[in-house]
Design a protein around this ligand. Structure first.
Ligand SMILES: [Fe+2]
Ligand SMILES: [Fe+2]
Length: 186
């Protein structure tokens, strides 16, 4: 059979399968990964984003000092973007047939990042940089995990990862300007 003929045969089979398991919505038979595992991984990221929203929000409100106004704005902007990540992850979990775990109980345990208030402005910036670096590492691992098994989830995670890298860069720039020296210890 020619390659085109094989594809036509596939289309018939795909049409037949599409009529089965309609309750599974967007999850079709050729979903490459284990859906439950994917949902669990995404729910860890959900918890991480909740903690990041709360930490940035606290910092945006509680940062003090003459130099704090511009930094507060940056913290607030990041809080909003972390909330967008939370929404994207929750929507994707729903598309995969799961429930986003938004129950506050246990969020801190499931989150990769920590909720640290910080003693002063530089402390706050440092804590956010640490959290962004944790987020970057976990999202990069998740991108590899999803690979070509679930391209839609992978592409979403790549977008979030790119924004976490921008966040880390923003925090690094703030740290340099507020600490007065570049971070050379790596
Ligand atoms: Fe985020
Ligand atoms: Fe971030």
């Amino acid at each position: 059979m020619s390659a085109q003929g094989a594809f036509v045969a596939d289309i018939k089979e795909i049409r037949r399968r599409a009529r089965q398991h309609l309750g599974q919505g967007a999850v079709t038979q050729n979903y490459g990964g284990k859906v439950e595992e994917a949902i669990a991984a995404l729910n860890h990221a959900v918890a991480t984003e909740i903690v990041c929203v709360l930490r940035y929000q606290f910092h945006a409100v509680c940062a003090t000092g003459l130099a704090s106004e511009a930094v507060k704005e940056e913290f607030l902007q990041h809080a909003k973007e972390e909330a967008e990540h939370l929404a994207l992850l929750s929507e994707r979990i729903n598309q995969l047939g799961g429930k986003p775990d938004l129950n506050p109980a246990g969020v801190a345990n499931r989150s990769a990042t920590e909720y640290v208030e910080g003693e002063n402005l530089v402390d706050m910036i440092k804590e956010n940089l640490v959290a962004e670096r944790i987020a970057i590492e976990t999202y990069r691992d998740m991108v590899r995990y999803f690979g070509d098994k679930d391209p839609t989830t992978r592409v979403m995670l790549e977008r979030i990862l790119a924004q976490e890298e921008e966040h880390a860069n923003d925090m690094h720039d703030l740290l340099v300007s507020h600490e007065g020296r570049p971070m050379l210890e790596r």
